[in-house]
Design a binder for this molecule. Structure first.
Ligand code: CU
Length: 463
């Protein structure tokens, strides 16, 4: 095992040899539809969007050499992987931004198995929105036996009348509402995905929401299956059948999907999404063909082995109040921008419309120079009481730590699942708990990237 816990409880970068993967972000062209029917300008890693899947065994190092071939600064953040602070890839907060033409090396051990992803943390809305993201799979020692293990990276694009991807990022009207939704949803960079399967096949489907604003809630009618992990962390397998399974930007869901053994040879199952009123669509179609892989249905899979996460000491935990305010139809009247109190009108003129505990920073640089939201003691347990006092849902992502979701609206949850990005509904309060065991400066932000760009980013300090 290459993962090493330091005495302080942080995750040390291991020195084990590992050939770095070269990733080169650059401007290029991708085909969203087969046969070149929709070629669009996009930004890619090594020519593709999503970028290649980075795959390591649990405990091994992931090493990447980034060559910035973009015309602007970039970085890479390893969403959900508990890296050392210096590897977190946030400009100014954990490293200087990587200039055009420059290179940067990342190397860290992956202590936790599961489904994670990488993306830039500089001009996040513009860079992810143009296609810069890719999956990270950290393999379990004992995975669930399946016929195929598939990654589906979900994203959307706004295609204009000229059949090109629009670049109208950062419009305040959208950023102050639900964010910038596209009009073309892709699975692994493809429109109208058709997955060909055989009757009786058991699939592991790793869904990653890489969209900048779109919330997904896939419905698998006619299929049976199990959710086995959220945000890479194992849960007691639960049926996919009941209610909406939201996958907000930043979230991952691992499914075990069973194709009926008696499905007719030409059966089709549409995976549909009804998250947004009047905008129902099909995420993908599963098309059955060929001979049955097995004749008898498989049962509920075993729970995956838990990752080595520190369990928070709840009786001894300190509670911190985190209040999100602002946005359209909100009640915020004033907030402080880079330390200066301003009325809402002036905040809106500055494009700063979401506040965390009354504070907004105009950039990651001023955030770095400003006061931390909280300074946490290394090794101590904390409860963050996340209070969404806005009219919109927000997926709140904490860097460097994985937390347990304790309660919603004061009601304790039956299973206190682990996450790194928790969806908080309008006017909802969600309590999360974690051990502050990773020293460094860490972001706490909304993963609707227009919200983050217009203020919904804070930073905490551990140790
Ligand atoms: Cu948000």
């Amino acid at each position: 095992m290459g993962a090493a816990l330091t005495a302080a409880g942080g995750f040390a970068a291991s020195a084990a040899p590992h050939q770095p993967v070269a990733l080169r972000p650059s401007a290029g062209t991708i085909s969203l539809a087969a046969a070149g029917k929709l070629d669009i300008a996009a930004w890619t890693y090594n020519g593709s969007s999503p970028g290649q899947t980075l795959r390591v065994k649990q405990g091994e190092d992931l090493a990447v050499r980034l060559h910035n071939s973009l015309a602007e600064e970039t970085t890479i953040h390893w969403h959900g992987v508990r890296t050392p602070g210096s590897m977190d890839g946030v400009p100014y907060i954990t490293q200087p931004p990587i200039k055009p033409g420059a290179e940067h090396s990342y190397r860290f051990a992956c202590a936790d198995a599961g489904t994670y992803w990488y993306h830039p943390h500089a001009n996040s809305q513009g860079q992810l929105g143009r296609g810069l993201y890719g999956p990270i799979i950290v393999e379990e020692e004992k995975p669930i036996a399946v016929d195929r293990d598939l990654v589906w990276m979900l994203a959307d694009w706004r295609i204009g009348k000229d059949r090109q991807a629009m670049e109208d990022f950062g419009q305040l009207h959208e950023s102050s509402h639900a964010g910038r939704l596209g009009n073309a949803v892709t699975v692994n960079g493809e429109l109208e995905t058709v997955l060909r399967v055989r009757p009786g096949e058991r699939l592991r489907l790793r869904l990653i929401n890489a969209a900048t604003a779109r919330i997904f809630a896939p419905e698998f009618s006619g299929l049976s299956g199990w959710i086995v992990a959220f945000d890479g962390q194992p849960v007691e397998p639960r049926s996919i059948g009941n209610g909406k399974n939201y996958i907000a930007p930043g979230n991952r869901v691992d499914l075990i999907l069973d194709i009926p053994a008696d499905a007719p040879a030409d059966a089709k199952f549409a995976i549909e999404d009804q998250t947004y009123r009047d905008r129902f669509f099909t995420i993908a179609v599963i098309a059955v063909a060929g001979n049955a892989v097995r004749t008898k249905a498989l049962g509920k899979p075993a729970k995956l082995q838990a990752n080595p996460l520190g369990t928070p000491n709840l009786p001894g935990a300190e509670t911190k109040s985190v209040v999100f305010e602002g946005g359209a139809m909100g009640r915020m009247r004033t907030a402080s921008l880079d330390g200066e109190p301003l009325p809402l009108r002036e905040l809106a003129q500055a494009g700063a419309v979401w506040a965390t505990n009354g504070q907004i920073f105009s950039s990651l640089k001023t955030l770095h120079d400003g006061e931390r939201l909280f300074k946490l003691d290394l090794g101590k347990s904390y409860i963050f009481k996340l209070q969404n006092r806005t009219a919109f849902p927000h997926p709140i992502h904490l860097h460097g730590h994985t937390f347990q979701v304790l309660s919603r609206q004061g009601a304790p949850l039956a299973e206190q699942i682990w996450r790194d990005t928790v969806f908080v509904f309008p006017n909802e309060t969600v309590e999360i708990a974690f051990v502050a065991d990773n020293p460094g400066d860490w972001l706490l932000h909304c993963h609707i990237l227009g919200h983050a760009a217009s203020g919904m980013i804070a930073a905490i300090q551990v140790g």
